[in-house]
Write a protein that binds this ligand. Structure first.
Ligand SMILES: Cc1cc2nc3c(=O)[nH]c(=O)nc-3n(C[C@H](O)[C@H](O)[C@H](O)COP(=O)(O)OP(=O)(O)OC[C@H]3O[C@@H](n4cnc5c(N)ncnc54)[C@H](O)[C@@H]3O)c2cc1C
Length: 382
């Protein structure tokens, strides 16, 4: 066991930090408050090979590790929290599903433009009646010739994406679920009223009215969802890393503020009431980071453990939010304004306690691990 980064990891981390300082620090505040996806940042990141870090080189990625992707999120967030979203979306979730399951032709049409920073992908999973109970989804894929007709709707995805990875039902039960790829231009695909998350990001319901999906756009056939979920504990690491990175950003901002700001003729850092907040925050940051690094390192070694990734997500989501909240308190009225990014990080980190598996669902999963039993959340059968 060694709790230090390797020399290679340190060199990678330093190079990402230099890139973020040079390319992203300027304009970070303004970028955070713009609704549009920062396409310019994505292009720069593609050039710096920060998109597809864990994707094999033969598929256009950098052939790196999950730990590298975590380090990249951490370093980018230090200088520009909004840009850390781009690293996360370029390395976790839908992009890795594509890298894992797409055919060569699908990779050329869908994955390659993402890795070049030219397009944005969104996931259509949640439905009005299928949130935490994901597998209750009703959007259907009905055979039509060699392809399928898609009917149904989704809620909460990014309405401005170029391509959508949509989870569909080919047949009954969990084994009947798979996924297809769609472009926003597909006939019968429409976007409903655009609304806002607390983070400031847009979301909208999306609708499929007999959308035709040719066979070459089927990503996961029936049975694919189960296979994907089993193999993808690692995906939680991206969400966890970003939560914690936002917490750290706020901690650093509050720390600098407490050193500079004077009240009652003394810097804030000399008040014990605030010193203890920093002590508590440091413990949370260190604990969450160790759990995150353990999950990422073991997943890189080929041992992605459901308990480690679940514990890491739970801890990082809670720590990120709580640290952002305490940091805002330390910064008083200024922390509550949009003159700094602390309020932004607080709003963003709140969402990750719900998205990607809520805090409660993570705890349900951990209870099953603790008791080595499955606890069905459904009412008992009559
Ligand atoms: C910022 C953000 C971005 C998102 N982006 C996307 C996206 O891109 N694509 C997409 O498809 N979806 C997206 N979502 C939706 C997200 O996946 C769902 O919000 C999430 O799965 C929870 O579903 P729900 O909102 O329907 O809540 P519900 O499932 O209705 O849950 C409501 C509350 O009850 C709790 N709860 C539910 N079941 C249980 C249980 N068995 N035990 C204990 N507590 C329970 C939940 O934890 C929650 O607190 C996003 C959500 C957020 C907040």
């Amino acid at each position: 066991m060694d709790f230090r980064l390797t020399e290679e990891q340190q060199a990678f981390r330093d190079s990402v930090a230099a890139f973020a300082r040079r390319e992203l620090a300027d304009g970070a505040l303004e970028r955070a408050h713009r609704a549009e996806f920062p396409h310019g940042v994505a292009k720069k990141m593609a050039q710096a090979r920060l998109l597809g870090i864990t994707i094999p080189e033969r598929d256009g990625g950098a052939g790196g590790t999950l730990m590298d992707a975590v380090l990249a999120i951490e370093e980018v967030a230090r200088y520009c929290p909004r840009s850390a979203d781009v690293v996360q979306e370029g390395n976790f979730g839908a992009i890795r599903v594509l890298a894992h399951f797409a055919t060569g032709d699908q990779k050329a049409r869908y994955l390659a433009p993402l890795l070049r920073g030219e397009e944005v992908i969104a996931v259509g999973m949640t439905e009005p009646d299928a949130g935490s109970a994901t597998t209750d989804l009703k959007t259907t894929a009905t055979p039509d010739g060699a392809g399928f007709r898609i009917n149904g709707s989704k809620v909460f995805p990014n309405p401005h994406a170029d391509q959508y990875l949509v989870y569909v039902r080919y047949g009954p039960g969990v084994a009947g679920i798979g996924s297809v790829m769609l472009r926003r231009s597909a006939a019968g695909f429409s976007i409903g009223k655009i609304s806002k998350f607390m983070s400031g990001n847009d979301w909208a319901p999306i609708f499929f009215d007999n959308v035709y999906v040719p066979p070459e756009d089927v990503l996961l056939p029936a049975g694919g969802f189960k296979k994907q979920i089993e193999g993808f504990n690692a995906e939680r690491i991206g969400n966890a890393a970003r939560s914690l990175a936002y917490g750290r950003y706020c901690f650093e901002a509050a720390r600098r503020y407490a050193l500079d700001r004077k009240q009652f003729g003394r810097p804030l850092c000399e008040f014990q009431g605030l010193q203890w907040k920093f002590a508590d925050m440091k413990v949370k940051l260190d604990a969450a980071q160790l759990l995150l690094y353990r999950a990422a390192t073991n997943a890189d070694r080929g041992f992605p453990a459901a308990d480690e990734t679940t514990v890491a997500k739970l801890m990082c989501n809670q720590a990120g939010f709580e640290i952002a909240n305490e940091s805002l308190q330390v910064m008083g009225g200024l922390g509550y304004t949009q003159e700094t990014l602390v309020e932004y990080c607080l709003r963003r980190s709140r969402g990750w306690m719900i998205a990607g598996g809520s805090i409660e669902m993570m705890k349900n999963r951990l209870a099953e691990i603790v008791f080595e039993r499955r606890f069905s959340q459904r009412p008992p059968r009559a």
